[in-house]
Design a protein around this ligand. Structure first.
Ligand code: FAD
Length: 417
């Protein structure tokens, strides 16, 4: 009898960990992704701010899964899922499955203003990171040549929308680029006078962290010259300005780090979605009436036993991928599936060079110790990438000693990427 065919959609954290958990088992696995690489998203902002190169944080899915002989990797975009027929519509052709694990991730939501995206790119893919890097570096270059004072100030104003970990990391990195990395590289402009504004509509930044850590993060950002605006929502974005109600900030560079929107693929399932467009899954990560279909990672909404939603973090997606794979195997063996239980090992947000805030096992950390914890955690996660560990060590060392950023910031001009 032919082995059951398990299809995994998405080779991000959820899909990759599901594929690894199914490697060597008595199933035929197909991993579909519209890109041929696994992307280590937590280090994307280092690419956006020129501290790392694109290839440092992406690994070809084929080579990551080379030894998993029962896993086939295919470059394909999945456009729709027909749950009744157990078939997927691909960009070219169709594919059937016996069990399905959906791990297509999420994008950013512009809260119904999709036209803002052209002026305010978000950070999700390598292309996004390189586009953000290009815009930031060009803003300084254009400012150096600009004769009009108002336009020069707009070029030297950077607005980051969204005070979650990504926004905080981006704003912190922009602050340090202007205050340190390129501080003495220009003749006309003074990069240290660049205005970096972080806008958060909620009452505080890093709202998922304890209040004391939010405050520390805010103080750390302000020390490196970032203006933190809380309690004000962005009401309009154009090519040369951001509006916070009646207040206008003239700027040429807006970066979007707010709002989550589940993968559009979720809509094709015809199931109830939450407000962010994520699939609401059962305790074992399957979907109602289809025990053969599991949805994991950022594309799904699952809750802990107390009813709190699991956060959109890499460890959640990894552990869910493993749980979904185990449940696929249990079903095939006629055993009952098990509920997902998240093992929370902590959350960390970095703030520029050698500073971070962290909540690890209920213990609050901040400053250098939190940042070292962050480096350690990333090394552990990156282990599957092998040579990437060296990249991280090299980068972390340079980060502390201030060498690499100054060197790398010029690379885009030499066509490295
Ligand atoms: C800038 C940034 C920084 C972050 N920092 C951290 C951090 O420090 N710590 C942390 O824990 N988490 C962090 N996260 C969140 C973390 O990266 C996500 O929670 C995690 O990637 C979710 O994994 P996933 O497998 O659900 O989705 P993803 O990792 O996004 O993977 C989805 C995959 O599906 C593929 N795909 C999508 N649609 C289709 C389709 N229709 N057909 C085929 N393939 C498709 C994509 O190409 C992608 O490979 C960060 C996220 C971002 C964007």
């Amino acid at each position: 009898m032919a082995e059951p065919h398990v299809v995994i959609v998405g080779g991000g954290f959820g899909g990759l960990y599901a594929a690894r958990a199914l490697a060597g088992r008595s199933v035929r696995v197909t991993l579909l992704d519209r890109r041929n690489h696994h992307l280590f998203q937590p280090l994307l902002y280092q690419v956006a701010t020129a501290a790392l190169n694109a290839s440092d944080i992406a690994a070809p899915l084929r080579s990551v899964l080379r030894r998993a002989r029962n896993v086939t990797v295919l470059l394909a975009e999945v456009q729709a899922v027909d749950l009744a027929a157990r078939r997927l519509t691909l960009d070219r052709g169709e594919m059937g499955y016996d069990a399905l694990i959906l791990a297509a991730g999420a994008g950013h939501s512009y809260f119904g203003h999709d036209d803002w995206e052209a002026f305010a790119p978000s950070l999700k893919t390598l292309e996004d990171a390189l586009e953000i890097r290009r815009r930031v570096l060009l803003a300084y270059e254009y400012a150096e040549r600009e004769g009009d004072g108002a336009e020069q100030r707009a070029l030297l104003t950077f607005v980051v929308v969204g005070g979650g970990p990504t926004g905080v990391e981006l704003a912190g990195a922009l602050g340090e680029i202007s205050r340190q990395t390129i501080a003495r590289d220009f003749r006309v402009i003074d990069p240290t006078k660049a205005r970096i504004v972080l806008v958060e509509s909620g009452a505080r930044i890093l709202s998922t962290f304890p209040e004391s850590l939010s405050l520390r993060a805010r103080q750390a950002l302000e020390r490196i010259g970032v203006e933190v605006v809380t309690g004000k929502a962005v009401t309009k974005v154009t090519a040369d300005a951001v509006w916070l109600g009646a207040d206008q900030i003239r700027t040429r560079t807006v970066l979007w780090a707010a709002g989550v929107a589940g993968s559009p693929l979720a809509r094709s399932l015809g199931l109830p979605l939450d407000r962010a467009g994520r699939v609401v899954v059962d305790a074992d990560l399957s979907i109602p009436a289809h025990p053969e279909v599991f949805v994991v990672g950022d594309m799904s909404l699952s809750r802990d036993p107390a009813g709190a939603p699991h956060p959109g973090l890499a460890p959640v997606a990894m552990q869910q991928g493993q749980r979904a794979a185990a449940n696929v195997l249990r079903r095939l063996q006629g055993e009952p599936t098990r509920p997902f239980r998240y093992r929370d090992r902590g959350t960390i947000a970095t703030i520029g060079r050698a500073k971070a805030v962290a909540l690890v096992g209920g213990v609050k950390l901040s400053g250098l110790i939190a940042w070292l914890t962050w480096v350690f955690v990333h090394i552990v996660y990156l282990i599957g990438f092998r040579s990437r560990v060296l990249v991280l060590f090299e980068w972390a060392w340079a980060y502390v000693t201030w060498q690499r950023g100054a060197r790398l910031i010029t690379r885009p001009w030499r066509g490295r990427d």
